[in-house]
Design a protein around this ligand. Structure first.
Ligand SMILES: *Cc1c(COP(=O)(O)O)cnc(C)c1O
Length: 232
């Protein structure tokens, strides 16, 4: 077993424990392995441990990796901010986009999704804690954006995602995650059929699972510490 395989197993154990604590079935929560800054070999090691879904933030880096790993049956999620001039690459290479927060980007993704591929699966990113520098639609605008996105022909709206400011306080983290959960439930009451609530990372996946997350996005707890090309 490689270190990456051990760490995936450890993350599954944490997820299972978090589910058991709140009486949710283990099958209710899936793992997205966030492989940004790590190369194709790290992804291959994770795949050897049974991991199929991977998240990437930086489009150019992701496209190189996706291309290098075409021999594996992987599912790729875009979880980084998307500039308008990158939508074509995203539409052509990814299976999911979790960071839709503007109609213009959604329209471009739909228009640029190649006809031979299935619809691009999307989550609307919601800014649940009002952080000033954050991407994400304000919660009060989520319903209107969801309606507009759901009407686009080559996108399939699957859920919501959020990236709240990290806090070490479990109860405070749950309070913020529960806002996303409330919005998710409200949209489903409006007739949407959302099945994906993407929230929780290495440090706060327990709070996210307690609050209803169906997909945790875990990077460093699987692949280790990241070093960015520009040194931050
Ligand atoms: C990097 C990143 C993650 C993973 O963060 P870790 O703390 O390393 O688990 C999850 N979601 C998003 C949107 C990210 O950018």
């Amino acid at each position: 077993m490689t270190m990456i395989q051990d760490q995936i197993e450890a993350v599954h154990t944490r997820m299972l424990q978090a589910c058991m604590t709140v009486g949710r079935p283990a099958s209710a929560v899936s793992l997205l392995a966030v492989s940004k800054t790590f190369g194709p070999d790290a992804v291959r090691a994770a795949h050897q441990a049974g991991q199929l879904a991977f998240g990437e933030n930086y489009i150019q880096e992701a496209v190189e990796k996706i291309t290098a790993l075409r021999d594996l049956p992987l599912q790729w999620h875009c979880i980084g901010p998307i500039q308008s001039n990158k939508t074509r690459l995203v539409a052509e290479h990814f299976d999911w986009v979790q960071t839709v927060d503007r109609l213009k980007v959604a329209q471009r993704l739909s228009a640029q999704r190649p006809a031979h591929l299935p619809p691009l699966l999307v989550c609307i990113q919601v800014n649940v804690d009002g952080g000033p520098s954050k991407s994400g639609v304000p919660p009060e605008d989520a319903l209107a954006l969801a309606r507009a996105v759901a009407a686009l022909p080559h996108l399939q709206l699957r859920g919501l995602m959020c990236i709240p400011e990290p806090t070490p306080d479990f109860v405070a983290a749950c309070t913020v995650f529960e806002r996303a959960r409330g919005l998710f439930d409200a949209l489903n009451q409006q007739g949407f059929k959302l099945d994906t609530l993407s929230m929780g990372m290495s440090a706060d996946l327990e709070a996210a699972i307690a609050s209803g997350s169906t997909l945790v996005r875990v990077g460093s707890a699987i692949f280790g510490h990241r070093t960015y090309p520009d040194g931050h």
